[in-house]
Design a protein around this ligand. Structure first.
Ligand SMILES: [Zn+2]
Length: 103
């Protein structure tokens, strides 16, 4: 198996102190803090049932399956902490958020 054909995934993105504080909206995937403004929001593609993030550059290598959780918001500071290359910026919520890649 050649690893270059596999999409890069990140499994250590969630803080041990993660606590869902979204208060009815989806919280930041890393820390659980509420995300208040939805403009120019960063998004991550969560896979493996929520256990990993898919690298946006490797979308073409990823075969969607049961573990595909699609797109979730991440706070700006958290996006920086895990590496900005792991998230994409969209001005508004992905149009086909739970169906396809919003690119
Ligand atoms: Zn966060």
């Amino acid at each position: 198996m050649n690893d270059t054909t596999k999409p890069r995934c990140k499994t250590d993105f969630r803080l041990p102190t993660y606590q869902d504080r979204g208060q009815g909206t989806e919280p930041c995937v890393r820390c659980g803090a509420p995300i208040t403004h939805r403009t120019a929001q960063r998004w991550v593609h969560m896979v493996e049932g929520g256990g990993a993030l898919l690298h946006p550059d490797d979308e073409a290598l990823y075969q969607s399956g049961d573990g595909d959780m699609y797109w979730f918001p991440i706070g700006a500071d958290c996006a920086r902490s895990i590496g900005l290359e792991w998230s994409i910026v969209l001005e508004k919520e992905p149009h086909e958020r739970h169906d396809e890649t919003p690119l």
